[in-house]
Ligand binder design. Structure first.
Ligand SMILES: Nc1ncnc2c1ncn2[C@@H]1O[C@H](COP(=O)(O)OP(=O)(O)O)[C@@H](O)[C@H]1O
Ligand SMILES: [Mg+2]
Length: 231
C-alpha cells in the first residue's frame, strides 16, 4: 500500500474523532488540519448544502494531481469518498501574514514565477493569486500556491473560447505576480518583469464592480474579523 493511500485511509478512520484545527471556511468548502502519524495534513471538504461545491473540490483534486511534479505545489494524497481533498499541510504563514518578514524577496518571487510558468505549461492558470492567502511562504523561503478553486484549465480539444480564456487567466496570474512583487501600482520594474505585465480590461471591469461592492457590504472588515476569530 502506498504512503498516500495510508494517509487517506487514516483520515477516513479518524476524521470524526481526531483533534483538528479549522484553517478556513469559504463559500465552497471548509479546510481543516490534522496531525497524522504520517505528518500534518489538510482536508478540504465542500459544503454539503452547495451542490457545485463538491464538483469544485473534485476538479481541484484533478488540478493538484496534474501539478504534482512542480516545486511549490503541495503534495496531493488523494480524494476521499469522492469529496474530501487530502493534501500535505505546508508549514508556514500566508504571504499576507509573512510579507513584511520575507528573507529574500527577489529569490522568493523568482521561485514563484518559475512555479507559475511550469503550471501554465501543464495547462493550468490559477486565476486568484491577488489574494495573498493563496500563497504560503514555505520552508526555505519556497512559495507554495494553494486554492485552485477558480483555476482555468486548458482544453486539449480545439476550443477557441477556452483558448482565449486560458490566455487571459495566464495573464492575470502574471499581473498578480507583478503586483505582489511591486505593489498595487507597480513602479521601478526590471525590463524583464515589465514585459510580463499587461493589465487587462477584464480586470479593470472586475475592479469597478468589486471595489464599490466591497465598500457597500463591508466585505474587507467582515473578512478581517472572521480571520481573527479563526486564529
Ligand atoms: N496545503 C495547505 N497547507 C497549509 N495551509 C493550507 C493548505 N491548503 C489550505 N490551507 C489553509 O486553508 C485556507 C483555506 O484554503 P483554500 O484552499 O484557500 O480554501 P478556500 O477556497 O476556502 O479559500 C488557506 O488560506 C490556508 O490558510
Ligand atoms: Mg483561498
Amino acid at each position: 500500500m502506498s504512503d498516500d493511500q495510508s494517509i487517506v485511509d487514516w483520515i477516513h478512520r479518524n476524521l470524526a474523532t481526531a483533534p483538528s484545527k479549522q484553517l478556513g471556511e469559504g463559500y465552497q468548502a471548509r479546510v481543516t488540519a490534522f496531525d497524522t502519524p504520517y505528518g500534518q495534513v489538510v482536508v478540504k471538504q465542500a459544503h454539503r448544502d452547495w451542490l457545485l461545491g463538491r464538483a469544485s473540490v473534485i476538479r481541484e483534486s484533478k488540478i493538484y494531481q496534474r501539478l504534482q511534479t512542480i516545486p511549490g505545489i503541495p503534495r496531493y494524497f488523494g480524494l476521499l469518498s469522492g469529496e474530501l481533498l487530502v493534501l500535505e499541510l505546508v508549514p508556514g504563514l500566508s504571504l499576507r501574514a509573512a510579507e513584511a518578514e520575507l528573507v529574500d524577496r527577489d529569490a522568493f518571487f523568482a521561485s514563484m514565477l518559475a512555479t507559475l510558468k511550469a503550471m501554465h505549461a501543464e495547462g493550468v492558470a490559477h486565476g486568484d493569486l491577488k489574494r495573498k492567502d493563496n500563497i504560503i511562504v514555505g520552508p526555505q523561503n519556497q512559495p507554495y500556491l494553494i486554492d485552485f478553486g477558480v483555476a482555468c484549465l486548458r482544453k486539449q480539444a480545439i476550443a477557441p473560447f477556452n483558448k482565449i480564456w486560458f490566455k487571459w487567466a495566464k495573464q492575470m496570474d502574471y499581473n498578480a505576480w507583478v503586483k505582489l512583487k511591486y505593489g498595487r501600482k507597480p513602479r521601478g520594474m526590471t525590463a524583464e518583469d515589465a514585459a510580463l505585465y499587461e493589465p487587462l480590461w477584464l480586470e479593470r471591469i472586475a475592479r469597478w464592480i468589486r471595489v464599490p461592492w466591497q465598500k457597500l457590504t463591508f466585505r474587507r472588515w467582515r473578512k478581517r474579523r472572521k480571520n481573527e476569530g479563526l486564529q
